[in-house]
Each structure stands twice: as structure tokens, then as C-alpha cells.
Design a protein around this ligand. Structure first.
Ligand SMILES: [Mg+2]
Length: 197
């Protein structure tokens, strides 16, 4: 028998956790005069005055050392405890191949009560050449049946979900247009079945 509950596809970094905030706080001494809330672009290398390569290397080093210790987002846990049963759940993340296993373990450790599958779109790294398929979140979501709603902080992922026929809700972050949205608004839209730009 098919379960007709909508499937929520959760982005992982900066939705289920605070990766960018944690990375920034860990490195904040290198960026005097800049606050996390000022990161209106992600990747933020241009705003921080470093190269894309330097940024990715620093972020990947942080992932290697600290990812497993990241705290799950308390507001997401609170939502899932109260309303999680109304949906099916999957994690759909863009992460480098090298860190997919760490990310998958982290998701299942903290969210495995609700999230039953982990999917990743490999984030490009020069040293890693992979078979080319499912290269956008939209391509991944197209493989799910029934109603699908992506929750994500990155505009291009939201757009690729919509172009694949899924719904999409922007999760607030300094670098997206939903930055002033309260997470309660995300939950209201999700529960009411409304898409939110
Ligand atoms: Mg994200």
C-alpha cells in the first residue's frame, strides 16, 4: 500500500545543522569587522576577501575536524518531534564525495527517527572525478514519487526542485531572500501545503 504522505526533502548543511555559522565562528579571527549575518553570498569567499580555493580548503578542513560534532538544529528537531509523523522524510544534500559518509552518519545519528534515506549531489572538487548523473537536486527529487517538498537555503537548489515539479521552501539564511523569515513561517507553509518563494 502506498503511503500518500508528502515527502519532505531536507537539505542538510545550514538547515539541519549550522555548518556555515560554525565554520565562520571557528575562523572569525581571520575576518575582523565581519559578522555571520553579513554573509549575503554563499559561497562567501568574495565577501571575505579570500579565493574560492582557499575557502573550500578551509571549509573542508573544518568538515574533517568538526562535522561529526555539529549540533542538530533545535528548531528542526522540535518541529519533527511535533509534526514529523505527517510526512515522509529524506535528506538531499550537496556535499563533496569525501564527506558524504560523515554527513550521512551525522544525519542518521540525529534525525534517523524521521529521515530514512540519504541522497547526495556531489559538490565538485578538482581532485575527484565521478560518474555524471543526478547532478542537481531536481534530478534527485524527480526520482521520488508523490508530493515532494524541498527545504533548502540555496536559491539554485530551490529553482532546480521547482523545475523538476517539486515544491520548494526557502530556509532562512543571511545569503537568501528569506533571511528575515522566522522558521515558524517555514513550518506553517509546510503544514498548510503552500510553496514559499
Ligand atoms: Mg544548505
Amino acid at each position: 500500500m502506498n503511503d500518500e504522505r508528502p515527502l519532505v526533502a531536507w537539505d542538510v548543511d545550514d538547515v539541519l545543522n549550522c555548518l556555515t555559522r560554525s565554520w565562520f565562528e571557528h575562523n572569525r579571527g581571520k575576518f575582523p569587522g565581519i559578522d555571520y549575518e553579513m554573509l549575503r553570498e554563499n559561497p562567501p569567499d568574495r565577501l571575505l576577501g579570500i579565493s574560492r580555493g582557499e575557502y573550500l580548503e578551509s571549509l573542508d578542513r573544518f568538515r574533517a575536524e568538526k562535522y561529526a560534532e555539529l549540533e542538530p538544529a533545535p528548531e528542526v528537531l522540535a518541529f519533527l518531534r511535533r509534526y514529523g509523523e505527517r510526512f515522509r522524510h529524506a535528506a538531499v544534500t550537496a556535499t563533496p564525495r569525501k564527506f558524504a559518509s560523515v554527513s550521512a552518519a551525522w544525519v542518521m545519528k540525529h534525525f534517523g527517527e524521521w529521515i530514512r534515506s540519504f541522497h547526495f549531489v556531489p559538490s565538485a572538487r578538482p581532485e575527484c572525478v565521478l560518474p555524471a548523473y543526478a547532478q542537481t537536486k531536481g534530478e534527485v527529487l524527480a526520482g521520488f514519487r508523490g508530493k515532494v517538498i524541498l527545504i533548502d537555503d540555496t536559491q539554485k537548489n530551490l529553482e532546480s526542485a521547482r523545475s523538476a515539479g517539486a515544491e520548494a521552501i526557502a530556509f532562512p539564511a543571511p545569503w537568501n531572500a528569506a533571511r528575515n523569515r522566522k522558521t515558524e513561517e517555514v513550518w506553517e507553509k509546510l503544514l498548510n501545503g503552500e510553496s514559499l518563494q
